[in-house]
Design a protein around this ligand. Structure first.
Ligand SMILES: [Zn+2]
Ligand SMILES: [Zn+2]
Length: 202
């Protein structure tokens, strides 16, 4: 089943749980990631709760040279995703020297489980609520709705295909928007290791 994630107003930059923008919550000793292509700090996009709130998925990508750092690729180093145990996490201050934050912090409402098909779930939600599809910020669970071919990545620890975790959307307006080239983001995680990856298609 898919749980759609929808815009739910503003949030503090260090709010726990699901949100886009703000500062990442991470374990002690976490170092803000940098881009493998341009060596500047990545932009924090979103954090999402998984496994009945026991894990926190954190997603970053490069926003310093849009389109030039392979930020859509799961393995090129133009983005990074992390899976943390959701305990003893703290906000990580943003470093200087790059585009590190979105223009706004969005709270997220987790909608009740819906159709397994992500696109059908969005259509049904928009029809039921009368709200714009752009208010959908993504979805947790279900199956990936690929815009192109299947690009399921592999875990760096066990080399097995990763499990789909979440869709991520660009967002509702220019202030909060994540740059996915007009496409959709896909987050994956390993079922056994604290590993995650992110990619997008258009
Ligand atoms: Zn870069
Ligand atoms: Zn693994």
């Amino acid at each position: 089943m898919t749980n759609l994630l929808t815009h739910d107003g503003d949030a503090p930059e260090d709010a726990p749980g699901n949100r886009t923008g703000g500062l990442p919550l991470a374990p002690a000793g976490f170092t803000w990631p940098t881009c493998a292509e341009c060596d500047r700090p990545l932009q924090f996009l979103a954090q999402l709760l998984l496994d009945d709130d026991r894990r926190l998925l954190a997603i970053f990508q490069c926003a310093n040279d849009p389109g030039l750092c392979d930020e859509w690729d799961a393995n090129a180093g133009g983005n990074r995703a992390y899976l943390f145990d959701n305990q003893d996490l703290r906000p990580v201050p943003a470093p200087g020297g790059g585009e590190t934050g979105l223009g706004a912090v969005s709270a997220i409402r987790t909608e009740p489980p819906a159709e397994d098909d992500y696109d059908e779930a969005i259509a049904a939600w928009a029809a039921r609520t009368g709200r714009s599809r752009r208010e959908v910020l993504g979805g947790i669970g279900g199956e990936p709705s690929w815009l192109q071919f299947d690009q399921t990545p592999s875990c760096v620890d066990c080399a097995r295909p990763m499990r789909f975790a979440a869709h991520l959307e660009e967002g509702r307006d220019s202030q909060t928007a994540i740059n996915l080239g007009g496409g959709v983001g896909y987050a994956f995680r390993c079922g056994q290791h604290l590993r995650a990856k992110f990619l997008w298609q258009r």
